[in-house]
Each structure stands twice: as C-alpha cells, then as structure tokens.
Design a protein around this ligand. Structure first.
Ligand code: GLN
Length: 463
C-alpha cells in the first residue's frame, strides 16, 4: 500500500530485506539469495507505479521461499546434495500466484533435507539457528523460513507442512504459521515428501497477513488434481463470534513442559473472559497418530524419492562404473542419513511380507483418526492444543536419537493425517526468553473462519 502511494519504493524495501539477510548471516537462514534478480524486479515495479500502471496486491513486498519450491530463481536444492545442482525451468503454482501479485523473492530458505526432520539440523548446508537463542534449534523442517520472518528480514515466507514443519518452527520462533486444509493450495512445483499429507502454507506476523496470502494462493489447479475448488474466497455468511473451543486432555498433562501448560491455561482464561465456551474431552485415537504417521509417511517418501536416481537430474556420482553404481553411489552420496532411514522404513512397511501388518493397519487407523476429528468437531468449533510438548531444544540434543526427535511431532502430525487446518499462534515466552506457541485446529475447509477467529482474539488482546 505504501508502495502504491509512493511513500516508499519497492527498491528500498527489497534492499532493506537483503541488508538484513546479510546482517543475520550467522543464523544460516538462506541456502541462496537472489540480490540482483530481486533488485531488478523491484525497479520494474517502481517504474510501473511511476507510470501510473496497475500493480498487484503484493507489489514490491519481499519474501522468501523454502528451498523445496521450484522456481528459476536460484537452485532448488531441498537442502540436499542430490538436488544441489538443480536449476528448475518451472515455477510452483503458489509461488507464481504470489509473483503475479508483485511479491519479490529475495532468497531460498534452509530446511531439513527433503523436509525430513523437526529441527533443520538434517540440512546438507548445516543447521539454522533459533531466532531467540543461537544455541537452540530453529525447529523444522521449515526452520529457515520461520527465522527469516522472526528476525524481520521478510514479512512472510512460504513453507511446507507434512507433519508440523510450518507450525513447529513458527512456535519455536514466535511467529504465526499456518497449515491449510489438505488440497487448499496447489502442491504443483513443490518437491514431494509424502503426497497424502503435504500441505503448502505460510509464516507471517499476523493471521490477517496469512488470510491475504491464502486468498491469493488457494484454489483449484489443473496441475494438481488433489486441489479443492476454491472455497477459501467464498463468503460463507457471518458465523457467530462466540465459539466453543475444545481442549484435549492428553495434550494438557505431565508430558507437556510446565511453561507450555501455563501458556495454554492463560489462553483458556483469555478466551473464557472474551465469552467463548471451553470444553474438555479425550481423543483416544491420537495416541496412535505418531506411529501411523511414521509408517504412512516413510512409505510415501520411499516412493517419491525413487525418482532421484542420478540419471535424470541433480547430482551424479563420478565414481560409478555401471548403471547400478550410478543409482547406488549417487543416492548413497546424495541423501542425508535421515532420508535413507525413511527410505528403508518405507520399503520395509510396503514389502509383501509386512504390508498388511504395518501399512494397511496404519491406513485403517488413519481412518479412525479422521473419524475422531469429525466427532470432536460435532462438539466444538475449534480445538486448542500446544504445537509441541517442549520449547526449542538445544542444537545436537536429539540428533543421535531419531525416536526422541519423532516424539516432538506428537501434537502436530494428527492434523496432517486428518487433512484438517492448523494455525500456530505465538503465546508468550519462557523466563529464559524462548518463544512458546499454541495451535488452533479447525474442521476441513474452516480455514478462513479459523484465521479470522485468531485475528479477533489477537485484537482483543491488543496485539
Ligand atoms: N517433523 C516431521 C517429520 O520429520 C514433519 C516434517 C514436515 O512436516 N515436513 O516428518
């Protein structure tokens, strides 16, 4: 807006973002920056405004993309060695829609390689540091995007959320992070992790900003047949301002850090005093969600990653003597240990001897989890839970214990299995200054109401 009214120029905004990116270099936020390209695009926008031409809703706004979104800007590495050389000829639908409105990519952000992880420590380019405490993890897998927004480098950044990768780093860095209903934003042009749970979403400083980004990027895309018809931009009529909020008992017990329980308690009191109704219930199937997730997701990963064979694109080992070695050595050098672990688990659960016992059983349990959410939303409008059981942990603390790392995902993965939307909202800090986050969960396609509800409660709190 300030740009369209000529108060500031796109060029000065982009330059400021690039300067900040430089200033915070030691956080290892970006895998690459596109300084020249971004400044060139900004100048074109300033020129258009000078000539009185029409510009988009995001004209001149700098943003960052997680480095698993395809675009000719930089190389799409997915923070891996195997894709490090990949220069994409195509642009992800979501990125294209943002660029069509005039937003300008300043760089690509670091992630756990192929988005496998909860800390951004599994990156080929090394970990991203937490915005509140450099000795702690940024969260993951979209750690770079979360920290870029938290440190004020860009007003928004893209992320992917297959099991919490937007919400968890958002909560570890004190910003808003939104995972929409499955199928709301096209996955076309985004490096696939697990196709049945992958969602595209955003990091920003408010629910209103995310609402704007959603209205621009959501909708049916012929290039992704799992996208839903555009429900997001259809006004559903005014729903009541007073909501019933569900609290899940199992996510509010001793397994949750005391500071997070305190933040939850405080939020419940705030909601009550604003007139909302709070109810408590159990969702017993959710205790199986983590086990289901770590069967279904590796199964899909093992299939999606089979295309990276050293032949078609990306890195190829120069030591290979025959075709088998091209596949073997390229994949062996190109993937991180966590990628390999998931490929092995996926192949195991899909193998003929174990398919029924693991994969099929997990899919059946997934159906029960979906039903349990449907049942819960017959009793309440939204559910409020922590995003993760603990605030940001120390760098290196869980890298040698994959199960401990997986356990951090216990509260975020159930939403992805059910395809329901979730918004991480900032909820204060610990006494040591670490950020705390809570998540609001809604039924499928309640995305707009969920964001508007979050924006209303933030306004009431004067934030
Ligand atoms: N932490 C989860 C995992 O490692 C989620 C990752 C994601 O959402 N991309 O699978």
């Amino acid at each position: 807006m300030q740009i369209a009214t000529k108060e500031i120029t796109a060029e000065s905004l982009v330059r400021a973002a690039l300067d900040k990116a430089e200033e915070y270099k030691d956080y290892n936020i970006f895998t690459s920056l596109d300084k020249d390209g971004a400044l060139k695009k900004a100048k074109i926008i300033d020129e258009k405004i000078k000539n009185g031409e029409e510009v988009g809703k995001l004209a001149g706004v700098p943003f960052a993309i997680k480095d698993n979104f395809l675009s000719p800007v930089g190389n799409t590495t997915a923070s891996s060695k195997i894709l490090e050389p990949l220069k994409s000829p195509i642009t992800a639908t979501s990125v294209k829609k943002l660029e069509d409105e005039g937003a300008i990519i300043i760089g690509r952000t670091n992630l756990d390689s192929f988005a496998h992880g909860s800390s951004t420590e599994n990156s080929y380019f090394g970990p991203t540091l937490n915005s509140h405490d450099k000795t702690r993890v940024a969260g993951g897998s979209s750690g770079g995007s979360a920290v870029a927004v938290a440190l004020g480098i860009v007003p928004f950044a893209t992320g992917t959320d297959t099991g919490g990768s937007i919400r968890q780093p958002a909560s570890f860095n004190g910003v808003y992070g939104f995972k929409p209903t499955y199928g709301t934003i096209s996955r076309y042009g985004v490096v696939a992790m697990a196709s049945s749970t992958d969602c595209i979403g955003f990091f920003a400083n408010s629910a209103e900003d995310i609402d704007l980004l959603m209205s621009i990027t959501s909708g049916r895309d012929p290039k992704d047949m799992t996208t839903l018809p555009d429900y997001y931009n259809i006004e559903t009529g005014k729903s009541s301002d007073i909501k019933t909020i569900g609290i899940i008992k199992d996510f509010n017990n001793d397994s949750v850090a005391p500071e997070i329980r305190e933040a939850l308690k405080k939020k419940i009191e705030e909601l009550k005093s604003a007139g909302h109704k709070i109810i408590e219930f159990d969702m017993p199937m959710l205790k199986y969600a983590l086990a289901v997730y770590y069967i279904v997701v590796p199964a899909e990963i093992s299939s999606n990653l089979s295309r990276h064979d050293g032949v078609r694109y990306g890195y190829r080992s120069s030591e290979a003597k025959d075709l088998d070695e091209v596949y073997g050595k390229s994949r062996s050098d190109g993937f991180m240990p966590e990628n390999k672990r998931r490929i092995m688990i996926g192949n195991f659960v899909l193998s003929s001897g174990f398919y029924d016992a693991y994969y099929l059983k997990a899919q059946q349990a997934r159906t029960l989890i979906i039903k349990e959410y449907e049942n819960a939303f017959s009793k309440c409008d939204f559910i409020l839970t922590p995003v993760a059981p603990n605030p940001a942990f120390k760098l290196g603390e869980k890298t040698n214990d994959p199960v401990a790392m997986y356990l951090e995902d216990v509260m975020s993965v159930p939403l992805n299995l059910a395809g329901v939307p979730g918004l991480a909202i900032p909820a204060g800090e610990t006494k040591d200054g670490l950020s705390l986050g809570l998540q609001l969960v809604g039924p499928r396609r309640s995305d707009r109401e969920l964001l508007r509800f979050a924006s209303n409660i933030a306004k009431k709190e004067g934030k």
